[in-house]
Design a protein. Structure first.
Length: 320
């Protein structure tokens, strides 16, 4: 699989990144540890070298599984993780990093990201300069190689950039969720930041596997996802029906068509999770789908039949 440079670093990442939110189990159902470990190893064997996790996924459990799955293959992988919004004071950042290193059984984190801006989820409001000071210190010590942010607005990203080099932004971004294109993607392209798109399959909606009457248990995070609520869900189903012939034309799945479209966008890579090895292998095939300019325009037009009805709030879930 081809690789791309992460921001302005010399770190090479794959256009598809294996996401591990589900490995932490919190917010997900029917997740088996060994199946997720097998999925990570299958992804690596299929050419996906980059893995994204976070300390908050299952309170460190996801990072532990990443360590179990990949520590003996560490020289082949790029590891990205995140510090949560409630750990953004200087000493908390340092401690969180040490804990993540230990759980993932590694001596260095390739990309260390601020998961949400300070103040999110009722966390303390910590000056970004304090947080960046800790991150810069970790970078100087060789414990992290690059700094990224997630869920930041353009103004928050610009302010953070005044305190040190940031090489990536991780926002929600998919065919059905495109608010990031207004200000953030152009800023990232201009400043050579890599966009690590999360929920790149709209939490599975873009695979087409959920029918019109799909219901999720309340402990499944998708039960709170705005795209799975009427009337958006009905518009998404209609759009999927129009995307299917394009996928068929390219002898690929709906999900891989959506991933191929996403990694064709400026500076953009796609984080995609998997519950088992077969899903991981299937996802990896998205990089082989070659879309023409006409394909991209057609997909874009269909996508907008959903996205033009989205709320302006960038958060995908009603967590209230």
């Amino acid at each position: 699989m081809e690789t791309r440079r992460l921001g302005n670093t010399d770190i090479e990442i794959t256009p598809l990144i294996f996401g591990t939110w589900q490995a932490g189990k919190s917010g997900w159902v029917d997740i088996e540890d060994q199946a997720v470990i097998d999925a990570m190893q299958a992804a690596l064997d299929a050419g996906i070298t980059t893995f994204d996790t976070a300390e908050v996924y299952g309170k460190g459990y996801s990072e532990e599984l990443v360590g179990k799955a990949l520590s003996d293959r560490r020289d082949r992988v790029v590891l990205a993780t995140k510090v949560f919004a409630n750990h953004l004071k200087h000493d908390q950042v340092i401690e969180s990093c040490e804990n993540s290193l230990r759980r993932m059984q590694t001596e260095v984190i390739d990309l260390y990201q601020i998961h949400w801006p300070a103040g999110a989820f009722n966390s303390d409001v910590v000056p970004i300069g304090e947080t960046m000071g800790a991150l810069n210190q970790l970078k100087e010590q060789g414990k992290i190689r690059a700094i990224g942010v997630s869920n930041f607005s353009r103004s928050q990203l610009e302010e953070a950039m005044t305190h040190g080099r940031i090489d990536s932004l991780q926002p929600p971004y998919s065919l059905f969720w495109r608010g990031v294109e207004t200000e953030l993607v152009p800023y990232c392209a201009e400043n050579r930041l890599t966009v690590l798109a999360y929920s790149s399959l709209a939490q599975g909606l873009l695979t087409g596997k959920f029918g019109p009457d799909q219901q999720f248990p309340k402990e499944d995070v998708r039960s709170k996802n705005k795209l799975f609520q009427p009337p958006l869900y009905d518009k998404a189903q209609a759009a999927l029906d129009r995307l299917r012939p394009i996928a068929d034309r390219h002898h690929t799945t709906l999900g891989n068509l959506a991933l191929a479209w996403l990694i064709a966008q400026p500076q953009t890579t796609a984080i995609v999770g998997a519950r088992n090895a077969s899903q991981a292998k299937e996802n990896a095939q998205a990089t082989a789908v070659s879309l023409s300019a006409d394909d991209l325009a057609e997909i874009d037009a269909i996508s907008r039949t959903v996205t033009e009805h989205l709320p302006s709030d960038p958060v995908m879930w009603n967590f209230g």
